[in-house]
Design a protein around this ligand. Structure first.
Ligand SMILES: Cc1cc2nc3c(=O)[nH]c(=O)nc-3n(C[C@H](O)[C@H](O)[C@H](O)COP(=O)(O)O)c2cc1C
Length: 299
Protein backbone atom coordinates (compact mmCIF):
# COMPACT_ATOMS: atom_id res chain seq x y z
CA UNK A 1 0.00 0.00 0.00
CA UNK A 2 2.87 2.40 0.76
CA UNK A 3 4.91 1.66 -2.37
CA UNK A 4 5.35 4.66 -4.62
CA UNK A 5 7.22 5.95 -7.66
CA UNK A 6 9.28 9.11 -7.96
CA UNK A 7 9.13 9.17 -11.75
CA UNK A 8 10.77 5.91 -12.78
CA UNK A 9 12.31 5.23 -9.37
CA UNK A 10 10.26 2.74 -7.35
CA UNK A 11 10.29 2.93 -3.55
CA UNK A 12 8.80 0.36 -1.16
CA UNK A 13 8.00 3.11 1.31
CA UNK A 14 7.42 6.82 0.60
CA UNK A 15 9.59 8.30 3.39
CA UNK A 16 13.29 9.01 2.84
CA UNK A 17 16.00 10.36 5.11
CA UNK A 18 16.59 14.01 4.12
CA UNK A 19 20.09 15.17 3.26
CA UNK A 20 22.19 16.13 6.27
CA UNK A 21 20.87 13.90 9.04
CA UNK A 22 22.23 10.41 9.79
CA UNK A 23 23.64 10.09 6.30
CA UNK A 24 27.34 10.87 6.39
CA UNK A 25 28.60 7.35 6.94
CA UNK A 26 27.82 3.98 5.39
CA UNK A 27 26.84 2.62 8.81
CA UNK A 28 24.38 5.42 9.64
CA UNK A 29 22.74 5.17 6.22
CA UNK A 30 22.38 1.39 6.60
CA UNK A 31 20.89 1.93 10.06
CA UNK A 32 18.22 4.26 8.66
CA UNK A 33 17.30 1.80 5.90
CA UNK A 34 16.72 -0.76 8.66
CA UNK A 35 14.41 1.68 10.45
CA UNK A 36 11.72 1.88 7.78
CA UNK A 37 13.08 4.56 5.43
CA UNK A 38 12.36 3.83 1.76
CA UNK A 39 15.69 5.39 0.76
CA UNK A 40 18.40 7.59 2.21
CA UNK A 41 19.62 10.85 0.69
CA UNK A 42 23.30 11.35 1.49
CA UNK A 43 24.78 14.42 3.12
CA UNK A 44 25.54 16.89 0.30
CA UNK A 45 28.99 16.10 -1.07
CA UNK A 46 31.31 18.43 -2.96
CA UNK A 47 34.49 17.94 -4.96
CA UNK A 48 36.94 18.65 -2.12
CA UNK A 49 36.86 17.81 1.60
CA UNK A 50 35.59 20.67 3.76
CA UNK A 51 35.28 21.14 7.53
CA UNK A 52 32.25 23.44 7.12
CA UNK A 53 31.72 26.44 9.35
CA UNK A 54 33.32 26.83 12.76
CA UNK A 55 31.08 26.18 15.80
CA UNK A 56 28.51 27.10 16.94
CA UNK A 57 26.70 25.72 13.91
CA UNK A 58 23.43 24.40 15.34
CA UNK A 59 20.83 25.57 17.85
CA UNK A 60 17.30 24.70 18.88
CA UNK A 61 14.54 27.30 18.58
CA UNK A 62 10.78 27.16 19.21
CA UNK A 63 9.39 24.82 16.58
CA UNK A 64 12.67 23.57 15.17
CA UNK A 65 16.37 24.13 14.66
CA UNK A 66 18.59 26.71 13.03
CA UNK A 67 21.80 25.37 11.55
CA UNK A 68 24.70 26.70 9.52
CA UNK A 69 26.85 23.62 9.18
CA UNK A 70 28.39 25.10 6.00
CA UNK A 71 28.29 21.84 4.05
CA UNK A 72 31.01 19.90 5.94
CA UNK A 73 31.86 16.76 3.97
CA UNK A 74 34.75 14.42 3.19
CA UNK A 75 34.80 15.19 -0.55
CA UNK A 76 33.62 12.90 -3.33
CA UNK A 77 36.78 10.72 -3.46
CA UNK A 78 36.61 9.60 0.17
CA UNK A 79 32.83 9.32 0.18
CA UNK A 80 33.10 6.29 -2.09
CA UNK A 81 33.94 4.13 0.93
CA UNK A 82 30.70 5.10 2.67
CA UNK A 83 28.63 4.59 -0.47
CA UNK A 84 30.06 1.12 -0.93
CA UNK A 85 28.69 0.09 2.48
CA UNK A 86 25.34 1.88 2.10
CA UNK A 87 24.32 0.78 -1.41
CA UNK A 88 24.63 -2.87 -0.37
CA UNK A 89 21.77 -2.26 2.04
CA UNK A 90 19.24 -0.31 -0.05
CA UNK A 91 18.46 2.71 -2.17
CA UNK A 92 20.79 5.67 -1.77
CA UNK A 93 20.18 9.03 -3.43
CA UNK A 94 23.47 10.93 -3.83
CA UNK A 95 23.18 14.60 -2.87
CA UNK A 96 25.79 16.89 -4.38
CA UNK A 97 26.66 20.59 -4.34
CA UNK A 98 28.85 22.60 -6.66
CA UNK A 99 29.38 26.15 -7.79
CA UNK A 100 28.72 25.70 -11.51
CA UNK A 101 27.32 23.24 -14.07
CA UNK A 102 30.71 21.55 -14.62
CA UNK A 103 31.12 20.73 -10.91
CA UNK A 104 27.56 19.42 -10.61
CA UNK A 105 28.01 17.31 -13.71
CA UNK A 106 31.22 15.72 -12.43
CA UNK A 107 29.78 15.05 -8.96
CA UNK A 108 26.59 13.55 -10.37
CA UNK A 109 28.61 11.16 -12.51
CA UNK A 110 30.71 10.09 -9.54
CA UNK A 111 27.60 9.42 -7.45
CA UNK A 112 26.17 7.26 -10.22
CA UNK A 113 29.46 5.35 -10.39
CA UNK A 114 29.16 4.71 -6.64
CA UNK A 115 25.74 3.11 -7.16
CA UNK A 116 23.36 5.95 -6.28
CA UNK A 117 19.81 5.22 -7.53
CA UNK A 118 19.26 8.94 -8.20
CA UNK A 119 21.18 12.19 -7.81
CA UNK A 120 19.81 15.13 -5.81
CA UNK A 121 21.24 18.53 -6.72
CA UNK A 122 21.49 20.84 -3.73
CA UNK A 123 20.40 24.14 -5.26
CA UNK A 124 19.11 25.43 -1.98
CA UNK A 125 21.41 25.47 1.08
CA UNK A 126 20.99 28.99 2.56
CA UNK A 127 24.33 29.30 4.37
CA UNK A 128 27.24 28.37 2.07
CA UNK A 129 28.79 31.21 0.11
CA UNK A 130 28.77 30.60 -3.64
CA UNK A 131 26.75 27.40 -3.34
CA UNK A 132 23.22 26.14 -2.71
CA UNK A 133 20.64 28.88 -2.66
CA UNK A 134 23.05 31.36 -4.24
CA UNK A 135 22.98 29.31 -7.45
CA UNK A 136 19.44 27.99 -6.99
CA UNK A 137 17.53 31.28 -7.29
CA UNK A 138 18.68 32.02 -10.85
CA UNK A 139 16.42 30.14 -13.30
CA UNK A 140 18.98 30.28 -16.15
CA UNK A 141 21.74 28.86 -13.96
CA UNK A 142 19.40 26.21 -12.54
CA UNK A 143 18.53 25.17 -16.08
CA UNK A 144 22.16 24.82 -17.10
CA UNK A 145 23.08 22.93 -13.92
CA UNK A 146 20.24 20.44 -14.31
CA UNK A 147 21.03 20.00 -18.01
CA UNK A 148 24.72 19.41 -17.23
CA UNK A 149 23.91 16.81 -14.58
CA UNK A 150 21.44 15.11 -16.90
CA UNK A 151 24.07 14.82 -19.61
CA UNK A 152 26.48 12.96 -17.34
CA UNK A 153 24.19 10.33 -15.72
CA UNK A 154 21.51 7.85 -16.67
CA UNK A 155 19.93 7.68 -13.19
CA UNK A 156 17.17 10.23 -12.38
CA UNK A 157 18.26 13.77 -11.50
CA UNK A 158 16.31 15.57 -8.75
CA UNK A 159 16.60 19.30 -8.06
CA UNK A 160 16.23 20.39 -4.43
CA UNK A 161 14.82 23.90 -4.34
CA UNK A 162 14.80 26.72 -1.83
CA UNK A 163 11.66 28.43 -0.52
CA UNK A 164 13.75 31.62 -0.13
CA UNK A 165 12.50 33.11 -3.41
CA UNK A 166 9.40 34.69 -4.91
CA UNK A 167 9.93 32.97 -8.27
CA UNK A 168 9.60 29.35 -7.19
CA UNK A 169 7.33 28.54 -10.15
CA UNK A 170 9.89 29.93 -12.62
CA UNK A 171 12.68 27.92 -11.01
CA UNK A 172 10.57 24.77 -11.11
CA UNK A 173 9.89 25.42 -14.80
CA UNK A 174 13.64 25.77 -15.40
CA UNK A 175 14.15 22.30 -13.85
CA UNK A 176 11.42 20.89 -16.06
CA UNK A 177 12.77 22.57 -19.24
CA UNK A 178 16.23 21.11 -18.55
CA UNK A 179 14.81 17.58 -18.33
CA UNK A 180 15.02 17.22 -14.54
CA UNK A 181 13.27 14.09 -13.29
CA UNK A 182 11.85 15.40 -10.00
CA UNK A 183 11.78 18.39 -7.68
CA UNK A 184 12.54 18.17 -3.97
CA UNK A 185 11.07 20.96 -1.82
CA UNK A 186 12.00 22.50 0.53
CA UNK A 187 15.43 23.15 1.97
CA UNK A 188 15.69 25.29 5.12
CA UNK A 189 14.50 28.90 5.40
CA UNK A 190 17.21 31.52 5.85
CA UNK A 191 17.12 32.46 9.53
CA UNK A 192 19.06 34.04 12.39
CA UNK A 193 19.35 33.74 16.17
CA UNK A 194 20.84 36.50 18.36
CA UNK A 195 22.25 36.06 21.88
CA UNK A 196 21.02 39.11 23.83
CA UNK A 197 23.71 38.66 26.50
CA UNK A 198 26.46 38.99 23.92
CA UNK A 199 24.55 41.35 21.63
CA UNK A 200 25.77 39.13 18.82
CA UNK A 201 24.52 36.48 16.38
CA UNK A 202 24.58 33.01 17.95
CA UNK A 203 25.90 31.11 14.92
CA UNK A 204 29.47 31.70 13.79
CA UNK A 205 28.13 32.18 10.26
CA UNK A 206 25.53 34.68 11.60
CA UNK A 207 22.83 33.30 9.28
CA UNK A 208 21.56 29.75 9.12
CA UNK A 209 18.61 27.69 7.96
CA UNK A 210 15.41 27.01 9.91
CA UNK A 211 14.07 23.45 9.84
CA UNK A 212 11.50 21.41 11.78
CA UNK A 213 7.76 21.89 12.45
CA UNK A 214 8.03 25.69 12.05
CA UNK A 215 8.70 25.35 8.30
CA UNK A 216 6.03 22.75 7.50
CA UNK A 217 3.31 25.12 6.31
CA UNK A 218 5.81 26.89 4.07
CA UNK A 219 6.89 23.55 2.61
CA UNK A 220 3.34 22.37 2.00
CA UNK A 221 2.55 25.65 0.25
CA UNK A 222 5.72 25.35 -1.86
CA UNK A 223 4.80 21.83 -2.98
CA UNK A 224 1.25 22.98 -3.79
CA UNK A 225 2.63 25.87 -5.89
CA UNK A 226 5.14 23.65 -7.72
CA UNK A 227 2.43 21.12 -8.50
CA UNK A 228 0.39 23.93 -10.04
CA UNK A 229 3.39 25.18 -12.07
CA UNK A 230 4.94 22.02 -13.53
CA UNK A 231 4.15 18.43 -14.32
CA UNK A 232 7.06 16.74 -12.53
CA UNK A 233 7.12 14.33 -9.57
CA UNK A 234 7.63 16.21 -6.30
CA UNK A 235 9.31 15.01 -3.11
CA UNK A 236 8.06 16.98 -0.09
CA UNK A 237 10.33 17.85 2.84
CA UNK A 238 10.18 20.26 5.76
CA UNK A 239 8.83 19.71 9.26
CA UNK A 240 7.48 16.20 8.77
CA UNK A 241 7.39 14.22 11.99
CA UNK A 242 4.19 12.16 11.80
CA UNK A 243 1.67 10.68 9.32
CA UNK A 244 -0.46 13.82 9.34
CA UNK A 245 2.45 15.98 8.21
CA UNK A 246 3.36 13.46 5.49
CA UNK A 247 -0.27 13.27 4.29
CA UNK A 248 -0.39 17.07 3.93
CA UNK A 249 2.61 17.01 1.59
CA UNK A 250 1.18 14.12 -0.43
CA UNK A 251 -2.18 15.85 -0.79
CA UNK A 252 -0.38 19.06 -1.83
CA UNK A 253 1.14 17.07 -4.70
CA UNK A 254 4.12 15.04 -3.46
CA UNK A 255 4.59 11.39 -4.42
CA UNK A 256 7.15 10.82 -1.65
CA UNK A 257 8.61 12.73 1.28
CA UNK A 258 11.77 13.19 3.32
CA UNK A 259 12.33 13.55 7.06
CA UNK A 260 15.28 15.41 8.60
CA UNK A 261 14.90 17.26 11.91
CA UNK A 262 12.40 14.77 13.33
CA UNK A 263 15.14 12.11 13.28
CA UNK A 264 17.01 14.35 15.74
CA UNK A 265 13.96 15.24 17.85
CA UNK A 266 12.07 11.92 17.81
CA UNK A 267 14.81 9.37 17.18
CA UNK A 268 15.72 6.97 14.40
CA UNK A 269 12.49 4.99 14.65
CA UNK A 270 10.36 7.87 13.42
CA UNK A 271 9.80 6.17 10.03
CA UNK A 272 8.21 3.07 11.57
CA UNK A 273 5.51 5.16 13.26
CA UNK A 274 4.89 7.28 10.15
CA UNK A 275 4.55 4.19 7.94
CA UNK A 276 2.16 2.43 10.32
CA UNK A 277 -0.03 5.47 10.99
CA UNK A 278 -0.12 6.58 7.36
CA UNK A 279 -1.31 3.13 6.34
CA UNK A 280 -4.02 3.24 9.05
CA UNK A 281 -5.20 6.61 7.77
CA UNK A 282 -5.25 5.41 4.16
CA UNK A 283 -7.31 2.34 5.10
CA UNK A 284 -9.80 4.38 7.16
CA UNK A 285 -10.29 6.98 4.42
CA UNK A 286 -10.34 4.64 1.43
CA UNK A 287 -7.03 5.49 -0.24
CA UNK A 288 -5.59 2.41 -1.87
CA UNK A 289 -2.19 3.87 -2.76
CA UNK A 290 0.02 6.92 -2.37
CA UNK A 291 -0.78 7.73 -6.02
CA UNK A 292 -4.47 7.76 -5.07
CA UNK A 293 -3.81 10.43 -2.42
CA UNK A 294 -1.28 12.47 -4.42
CA UNK A 295 -2.50 16.01 -5.07
CA UNK A 296 -5.92 15.28 -3.51
CA UNK A 297 -6.10 18.81 -2.06
CA UNK A 298 -6.06 20.28 -5.59
CA UNK A 299 -9.27 18.61 -6.67
C1 LIG B 1 21.75 19.72 10.49
C2 LIG B 1 21.18 19.81 9.11
C3 LIG B 1 22.01 19.59 8.02
C4 LIG B 1 21.49 19.67 6.71
N1 LIG B 1 22.32 19.43 5.66
C5 LIG B 1 21.83 19.46 4.38
C6 LIG B 1 22.65 19.15 3.27
O1 LIG B 1 23.83 18.82 3.40
N2 LIG B 1 22.09 19.21 2.04
C7 LIG B 1 20.75 19.54 1.82
O2 LIG B 1 20.30 19.55 0.67
N3 LIG B 1 19.95 19.80 2.88
C8 LIG B 1 20.45 19.78 4.14
N4 LIG B 1 19.62 20.04 5.20
C9 LIG B 1 18.19 20.38 4.95
C10 LIG B 1 17.30 19.15 5.11
O3 LIG B 1 17.62 18.14 4.19
C11 LIG B 1 15.82 19.54 4.93
O4 LIG B 1 15.61 20.03 3.62
C12 LIG B 1 15.36 20.60 5.91
O5 LIG B 1 15.98 20.44 7.17
C13 LIG B 1 13.85 20.59 6.12
O6 LIG B 1 13.41 19.32 6.57
P1 LIG B 1 13.18 18.96 8.13
O7 LIG B 1 12.30 20.03 8.70
O8 LIG B 1 12.55 17.60 8.11
O9 LIG B 1 14.54 18.96 8.77
C14 LIG B 1 20.12 19.98 6.52
C15 LIG B 1 19.28 20.19 7.62
C16 LIG B 1 19.79 20.11 8.91
C17 LIG B 1 18.86 20.35 10.08
Amino acid sequence: MLETFVGRLALDRPGMVASGIMDETGASMARMLDSGAGAVVTKSIGLAPSPGHRNPTFTEVKGGFVNAMGLPNPGIDLFGEEMEIAVRKGKIVGSVFGKDPAEFSELAGRMEDYGACAVELNLSCPHAKGYGMEVGVDPALVKSIVAAAKSSVSVPVWAKLTPNTHILGEIASAVSDAGGDAIVAINTLKAMVISPEFAAPFLSNRFGGLSGPAVRSVGVRAVYDIRSAVDLPIVGVGGISDWRDAAQYIMAGACAFQVGSAIASKGVNVFEAINRDLEDFMRSFGYSSIRDMEGAAHE
